[in-house]
Design a protein around this ligand. Structure first.
Ligand SMILES: [Zn+2]
Ligand SMILES: [Zn+2]
Length: 166
């Protein structure tokens, strides 16, 4: 979705509501943004720049980093950006977004906003037990009889004390 900001830049006092549903998926299997993203916001002319504020709402799709179960996580975020037609020297600031030819690709912007905000890992629940490192069973729903390696086992110590007692 490409917005034309020509009017927004021209008219002092310009204000416009934005309401849309964007499809932001990049079609890769591990993309968390598979679901449509609902956005609502405003474009406002503010002293020659355009102020964009919006909220984005979606359901993230991912897998639990411990047990690999698929999970869906409702997510919403608020974003705002100052958009300029070009960067003059006194506005040389990374916080500005330049609208080339007075156009703004809203999909690209919202996608990068979301990817910067969402957590890098997801868990199905806080105390997810994960998978057994030996048989691979999901320990949240299954149990197994695998003996987990014990480190610093007491056995050697008791052998030692037996020896010492002799
Ligand atoms: Zn899990
Ligand atoms: Zn096991």
């Amino acid at each position: 979705m490409v917005l034309s900001l020509k009017q927004a830049f021209l008219k002092e006092g310009f204000a416009e509501e934005i309401k849309s549903t964007l499809n932001l998926s990049d079609s890769s299997p591990d993309d968390p943004l598979k679901d449509p993203v609902r956005i609502e916001g405003t474009l406002k002319n503010s002293a020659g720049t355009v102020l964009l504020t919006l909220s984005a709402d979606t359901v993230l799709r991912s897998v639990c980093a411990r047990c690999l179960e698929e999970i869906s996580l409702p997510f919403s975020g608020e974003f705002s950006h100052v958009i300029v037609e070009n960067l003059s020297s006194e506005k040389n600031d990374a916080d500005f977004i330049i609208a080339e030819n007075d156009e703004l690709d809203l999909c690209e912007l919202v996608r990068s906003d979301l990817l910067l905000t969402i957590p890098p890992r997801f868990y199905c629940k806080e105390d997810c037990k994960g998978l057994c490192s030996i048989c691979g069973k999901n320990l949240n729903t299954d149990s197994c009889d695998c003996k987990q390696e014990e480190f610093g086992s007491g056995k050697k110590l008791s052998n030692l004390s037996e020896l010492l007692n002799k």
